[in-house]
Design a protein around this ligand. Sequence first.
Ligand code: GDP
Length: 370
Amino acid sequence: MIEHPENREEYKGLAVNSGVEQPSSVNPYLKSRRLPKKRSLSVADYVEGILKGDVTVLSRAVTLVESLLPEHQAIAQEVIEKCLPHSGRSMRVGISGVPGAGKSTSIDVFGLHVLKEKGGKLAVLAIDPSSERSKGSILGDKTRMEKLSVHPDAFIRPSPSAGSLGGVARKTRETIVLCEAAGFDKIFVETVGVGQSETAVHSMVDFFLLIQLAGTGDELQGIKRGIMEMADGIIINKADGNNIEKAKLAATQFRNALHLFPARASGWMPRVLTYSGFYNIGVKEIWDMVYEYMAFVKENGYFEHRRNEQSKYWMYETINEHLRDSFYHNPLIEEMLPSWEARVLGGQVTSFAGARKLLDTYFSEIRKQE
Ligand code: GDP
C-alpha cells in the first residue's frame, strides 16, 4: 500500500481539505423540476376540498384562519360560513393537564382507542396559552403523538401561535367547524394552563377531561376550584408500578372533594378514574364514561343546550375581541394611552375619568369616520 503523504510525521495533526470542492447548497438536479408555485384557491375550491375530506385543502384553510392578514381572514370567514351547515356532528372532548401529566402519551392511546372502537376520523387541536410569548407551540405537535401522527384517519394541528388567548381560542373554535365539515366526527382539544385556557376549551367542547397526577399528597391544593368545576371527568394518570396505591388514594380525595360542589346543570355527576396512558390500562373505562355521558346529555337535552350556550358565548367573545382590537389599534388612542396612564398613576385624574376621556375620544373618532 502506498503511504499517503499527509500521514507523514511533519503533517501530524493537520487536516488538509484543499482540492475538495464543496458542493453547491442548491441541489443541481432539482433545477430542471422546480416545484410549481402553490395555486391559490378560491372560496369555492376551499369549500369543495373540505367537504370532500381533502386534508391538504383543510390544512391550508386552517392556515388562513390562523393568518393575521385581513385578506386571508376575509376568505377564511367565507369558507367557515359555507362549512357551518356541514359542521356540528361530532363529539368534542377537551383534555387538560399540567406539563408532564401525560397529555401526549394519553392522547396517542385515547385516539387509537376511539378510532379502533368507533371508526370515523379524529382531529386533535390545541390551545396553548403560552404561545403568544414563546412564538411557537408544542401542544398538539405531531411528533408528540407518535402513533396517531401516522394514522390515516387522524389530523393533528398545533395551537395557533399568534395573538391573545381569546384570539387563539377563537381560531381553534373556527378550526373545529372546518374539521367537522371535512368529516372529522371526533375532536380533541388539548390545553395546558392554570385556568383561563381551560375556560376557553370548556366553552367549545361537550366533555372536559382533566388529567391529574398522584403523588405529592396535596394534589387538591394545587388545583383551582374553577377547573374542578369544569371537569366532567377527572382521570389520574400513571396508575402503574408502585404508583397504583397513591393514584387510588388521590382518586378518593378527588371524589370526596367533588361531592362538596353543587350539582351540575347537566345532571351528570363527574367521575374520577385512575389509568395508565403509558401501559394502556384503564383507557377503555375512560372512553366508556365519555360515551355514557354523551348518551346521557343527548337524552336529557343538555347536549343541545350546552352547544347553544357556546354559540352565544362565541358570538359575544368575537364582538368583544373586535371592539378591543378596534379601540387599542386606533392611532389616536395608541398615541394618547401612555400619557393618560401616566396621569392616572400620578394621581392627576382618576382611573374612571381617564377611561372616560379615552372612550369619548375613540367614539368621536369613529363618528368622524362615518
Ligand atoms: P405532557 O407534557 O402532559 O404531554 O406529558 P407526556 O405525555 O409528554 O408525558 C410526560 C412523561 O410522563 C413522559 O416521560 C412519559 O413517558 C411519562 N408518562 C406518561 N404517561 C405515563 C404513564 O401512564 N405511566 C408512567 N409511568 N409514565 C407516564
